[in-house]
Design a protein around this ligand. Structure first.
Ligand code: NAI
Ligand code: MG
Length: 483
């Protein structure tokens, strides 16, 4: 193997972030102490250092937040013309850009993701979502939902820890553009970027109560989604909790959007541009340590090239740099929590126990923090747990196929249906495959590509409803799209 470059450390400065020792709840435009909640700590998963104390919202706090959102909807945000709302949303987008470095460092500290990703993906995409939906706010009559589509009212939004700021943007931007007000609950392991976003909303002079951000764990989330004062609930997270929420909301008439797990197939045909495909496979499963709902966690590779693809993959994985998330050279950061690390370890162990061959590059894991090496399983068959269950970690299961039909059958052999990838030189094959894959998003000769103008969402156990694009407006407006 060619000699490897040695990279000198290139750490981003954490001095750009002003962490407060403790944070209140953001309700009705200000930070307040919880009435009946408590406090919890959020840590840096790459070092286990405690970053700050955060408030946990109890029932009375959730109620206070929903009431504030209701009042803001009735008195301020609902009646405001779209062209006025858009000014606030554009302002938020611009401040996100101005404070992007601070946001990126904070996101990497709290989540463990490499600064390269928070800086180049999470933060710019979050700003892009606010820009995109700000542009819709005064054009809703042209969204295909009738001449004067009405907002639903108050939205309760629960988000996960894998893309904390970006998920907040996915939820807030379309809700605000359409005239809804929000109560957002970030995940308990990654509350800090949402709390900085709250400061940004203050800086943007967003009227009080239009967005309320209440931190806390699953019980806070459960209290929020069950609150009778909501008109809309939207959730991104595990399929299990998604199902609980759906049961809870059945019969209430409240609108619901669910964005849940996935087990995407990334399908590589023998005529694919191979080095490009290898980069796409790596990006598909090792981006954000594989903690991505649409991750390409099942590689389906056509038999004649299977061996050479696996070899090329192994060579490429040897060059990935795992370590300090704040180092600009880092490719693979920390796993978000010890709970998630345990889940990844258990599923990887099941892969070995069920007979698949496990391989990882020769990398040393830091002593403190939650780490898992990039891992490849070959000899995987569809019945194994690693071929069926969402691992949500840097673990790729490699399966093979002979014909396009077999690829379709294997790809669709899952309870999920969020995303898929196709790698081939043939345009006709892309269309043939895309029409047959049961997945909400199908990428061709690329993977994990996101754009605010493009709808995102799943089938089956991956959930329902779409976020992003014109479709994303529908989730927050009365009426349904005319096509
Ligand atoms: P989770 O579904 O428990 O957490 C997601 C969010 O829901 C968090 O804000 C959490 O506080 C909240 N929550 C938890 N229980 C709730 C309840 N009963 N009612 C309302 N809100 C509730 O997911 P968790 O435990 O963090 O991860 C478990 C697995 O879920 C992961 O290993 C992964 O497979 C999957 N997952 C999928 C995500 C996606 O993007 N689709 C994101 C996060 C996790
Ligand atoms: Mg944390």
């Amino acid at each position: 193997m060619a000699p490897r470059f040695v990279y000198a450390p290139a750490p981003e400065s954490r001095a750009v972030v002003n962490l407060r020792p403790s944070y209140g709840l953001f309700i009705d435009g200000e930070f307040v102490e919880p009435i009946d909640g408590g406090q919890f700590k959020t840590e840096n998963p790459s070092s286990q250092e405690v970053l700050a104390e955060v408030s946990s919202a109890g029932l009375a706090d959730v109620d206070r937040a929903v009431r504030a959102a209701r009042r803001a909807h009735e008195e301020v945000w609902g009646p405001m013309p779209g062209r006025e709302r858009s000014k606030y949303i554009f302002r938020v987008a611009r401040i996100l850009q101005e404070r992007s470095r601070e946001l990126a460092v904070l996101e990497s500290l709290d989540n463990g993701k490499p600064i390269k990703e928070s800086r180049d993906v999470d933060v710019p995409l979050a700003a892009a979502h606010f820009f995109y939906y700000a542009g819709w706010a005064d054009k809703l009559a042209y969204a295909g939902l009738g001449p004067g589509p009405k907002p639903l009212g108050v939205a309760g939004q629960v988000i996960p820890w894998n893309f904390p700021l970006l998920m907040a943007a996915w939820k807030l931007a379309p809700a605000l553009a359409t005239g809804n007000t929000c109560v957002l609950k970030p995940a308990e392991t990654t509350p800090l970027s949402a709390l900085l976003l709250a400061e940004i909303l203050q800086q943007a002079d967003l009227p009080a109560g239009v967005v309320n951000i209440i931190t806390g764990a699953g019980d806070t989330g459960a209290a929020l989604v069950a609150h009778p004062g909501l008109d809309k609930v939207t959730f991104t997270g595990s399929t299990e909790v998604g199902k609980q929420i759906q049961r809870r909301l059945a019969g209430t008439g409240r609108r619901l959007t669910l964005e849940l797990g996935g087990k995407a197939a990334n399908i590589v045909f023998e005529d694919a541009p191979l080095s490009q495909a290898v980069e796409g496979i790596v990006n598909g499963i090792f981006f954000n340590q594989g903690q991505v709902c649409c991750a390409g966690s099942r590689l389906l590779v056509q038999e004649p090239i299977a061996e050479s693809v696996v070899e090329a993959l192994k060579r490429r994985l040897e060059t990935l740099r795992l370590g300090d998330p704040l180092d600009k050279n880092t490719d693979i950061g920390a796993i978000n929590s010890s709970t998630q690390l345990d889940k990844i370890r258990a599923l990887a162990a099941s892969g070995e126990a069920e007979g698949a061959q496990r391989w990882s590059p020769s990398c040393t894991l830091p002593e403190r923090g939650y780490w898992f090496p990039p891992t490849l399983f070959t000899g995987v068959v569809p019945a194994q747990r690693i071929a069926r269950e969402e691992i949500f970690g840097p673990v790729l299961s490699v399966l093979t196929f002979r014909t396009p039909d077999e690829a379709v059958e294997k790809a669709n052999n899952t309870t999920y249906g969020l995303s898929a990838g196709i790698w081939t030189e043939k345009g006709s094959r892309i269309l043939h495959m895309a029409a047959r894959l049961r997945a909400g998003v199908v990428w061709a000769n690329t993977f994990n590509r996101f754009d605010p103008s493009s709808p995102f969402g799943g089938y089956r156990e991956s959930g329902f409803g779409r976020e992003g694009g014109r479709h994303g407006l529908e989730a927050y407006l009365e009426g349904s799209l005319d096509g």
